[in-house]
Design a protein around this ligand. Structure first.
Ligand SMILES: N[C@@H](CCC(=O)N[C@@H](CSC=O)C(=O)NCC(=O)O)C(=O)O
Length: 276
């Protein structure tokens, strides 16, 4: 493990680490914000999952989350979005391969060798984080777009592991939209039954824990009707009796300007759950 960035921020530290992932078979970079409260004892951890084309840098440089993490005493862990390296498979488009891991465990060649982002986020990354005495095992999870899909599916598939979950502009039904059909088809094969285990709209039907979902969605989002389709989540939650707060935010697009506008409210939401 190597610390490759270390910058003072709101009384704490915005760090970036490179560490070996055995699950992914490559080195990974991870942003870790450590609030000032960590000097006095372990702090809860919010895991942030970024979207297509992102590395750990997008969230830590654009979201403005450090101010709120420092206010509430929350560590924020923001990993890269796929395995990396010369021996890792890739594809020409921005929506498959490097930068587009979709938070699944791939079963198909050439992806299966490295693309195990689900296991990395659920198990290996928290084990690495929680080996540090600054971090507690009180966890929350959030993300944007592909990362919103990751946060929602991971929380729904792991009852009891997270105290709260939220998402910005998530892909809620990857089995029904072009980004998801392309990625799940490549990573999992053409059997659509295998896709359901990574599809929020499918997972809410039989969720074992009714963890409330907080979702913010801009109504001027360029991907709203083609890739995101939050009304599918609303209908699935209503049918299943799953608690959902879906906030359509007028005028906001898909960018980090949107995330920066509401990240403080999301961190306050997670802080309330993490304190309890
Ligand atoms: N047309 C874009 C598509 C990539 C894009 O918009 N990525 C979003 C996430 S989309 C869903 O996961 C993003 O977060 N980009 C990084 C940023 O800093 O804004 C393209 O070709 O890049």
């Amino acid at each position: 493990m190597e610390r490759i960035e270390h910058r003072a921020s709101f009384g704490g530290w915005q760090d970036v680490y490179r560490h070996r992932s055995e699950v992914l078979g490559c080195d990974m970079t991870v942003g870790v914000y450590v609030p000032p409260q960590a000097a006095d004892g372990p702090c809860p951890v919010l895991y942030w999952l970024s979207g297509l084309t992102c590395t750990e840098q997008n969230f830590i440089t654009k979201a403005g989350a450090q101010r709120y993490a420092a206010e509430h005493g929350i560590i924020i862990v923001a990993p890269d979005t796929s395995p990396r390296g010369d021996d890792v498979a890739d594809a020409p488009g921005y929506d498959l391969g490097k930068g587009a891991g979709f938070y699944v465990n791939a079963t198909q060649d050439p992806w299966a060798a490295h693309y195990r982002m689900y296991d990395y986020i659920v198990d290996e990354l928290p084990a690495w984080v929680e080996a540090d005495p600054a971090a507690s095992d009180r966890r929350a999870i959030s993300g944007h777009s592909m990362g919103g899909h990751g946060a929602l599916t991971i929380a729904l598939k792991n009852p009891g592991r997270y105290r709260s979950v939220s998402a910005f502009s998530p892909i809620v039904a990857p089995s029904q939209v072009p980004w998801g059909e392309k990625a799940l088809g490549a990573y999992l094969g053409e059997d659509r039954d295998a896709w359901a285990q990574y599809d929020t709209v499918e997972l809410v039907k039989s969720a074992k824990e009714r963890l409330p979902l907080l979702v913010d969605q801009g109504d001027a989002d360029e991907f709203l009707d083609t890739q995101l389709r939050p009304q599918l989540l609303q209908a699935a939650c209503e049918a299943a009796g799953h608690p959902l707060t879906l906030r359509m935010q007028p005028g906001y697009d898909h960018s980090y300007y949107f995330i920066a506008s509401f990240i403080g409210e999301h961190i306050a939401h997670h802080a309330a759950a993490l304190k309890g």
